[in-house]
Unconditional design. Structure first.
Length: 265
């Protein structure tokens, strides 16, 4: 049995939203959304523009605090937790609008993220203590490994701002992975990619789950990407869940077709 199968076999809810709600003034951005994600899931969150998908990500990662309802990571309630604390717990994300350190190289971007788990103190690093030097080397080696996983090892020394859009997307995933998350949130990872790049990314996301044992929640507008990758999907429309299930159920659901897809896919 592989790592992914062992993880999924535990049947432990990694993330739970229980009637999660957030209101801005009199407008509900997300209302009574409930779903759970199990260890090892490839889970999709889809819906038309303005459906509340990224708002759900912001509730999970502490950017917003729910007006009502509960967001839990394992047994820990995330309501009111700071984003950096949530990242330390084991949740990492990418963004719809890429947020790399533009003046840093691809390798430096990943190393900085990996330093979140660094145990050596800043003073010990400045003092060149053997333990700090060893750990710094391990972080760099791990960063190089992640660049290789994302097929970016050949551009390790290139500034992120000089990379093509598709490679910037993959670099953001490598940077998120460097924090060693349990749950990886991907916000439109295939946006702007051509079909070949999307197919390559699909294989990489499966590898992240299967070989690294990560649980993945993603938002995506590319329906082919979602239907071919995700095993479970929740559909939002105007902040409300309208459907959930496997790709076949979602593909043929009349409410989904009407709200978002326009036609069966």
């Amino acid at each position: 049995m592989g790592l992914a199968e062992e993880v999924r076999g535990l049947s432990q809810a990694v993330l739970t939203l229980d009637k999660a709600t957030i209101r801005f003034g009199g407008l509900f951005a997300v209302r009574d959304v409930s779903f759970s994600i199990q260890s090892g899931d490839l889970f999709g969150l889809i819906g038309p523009n303005g459906a509340g998908k990224t708002t759900c990500f912001n509730l999970i990662t502490g950017v917003y605090k729910p007006t009502a309802g509960v967001v839990k990571f394992g047994d820990t309630v995330l309501n009111g937790q700071a984003p950096n604390r949530i990242c330390e717990m084991g949740i990492a994300r990418t963004f719809q609008n890429i947020r790399l350190f533009s003046s840093m190289s691809a390798l430096e971007n990943v190393v900085v993220a990996g330093s979140l788990r660094q145990k050596s103190s800043f003073i010990s690093a400045l003092s060149y203590l053997p333990s700090a030097i060893k750990e710094t080397g391990e972080i760099r080696a791990r960063a190089l490994e992640l660049l290789k996983v994302m097929d970016l090892e050949d551009i390790a020394d290139v500034r992120s701002c000089d990379l093509p859009y598709g490679k910037q997307r993959r670099l953001e995933i490598a940077r998120a992975m460097a924090t060693d998350p349990t749950l990886l949130l991907l916000d439109e990872p295939a946006a702007g990619m051509n079909p070949q790049e999307s197919e390559q990314l699909m294989r990489t996301v499966r590898r992240i789950r299967d070989e690294f044992g990560k649980t993945v929640l993603l938002i995506e507008h590319d329906m082919k990407f979602v239907m071919n990758l995700c095993e479970r999907i929740v559909v939002l429309d105007h902040g409300v869940e309208i459907a959930s299930g496997g790709p076949a159920e979602i593909r043929n659901n009349p409410k989904v077709i009407e709200a978002y897809l326009g036609e069966a896919v």
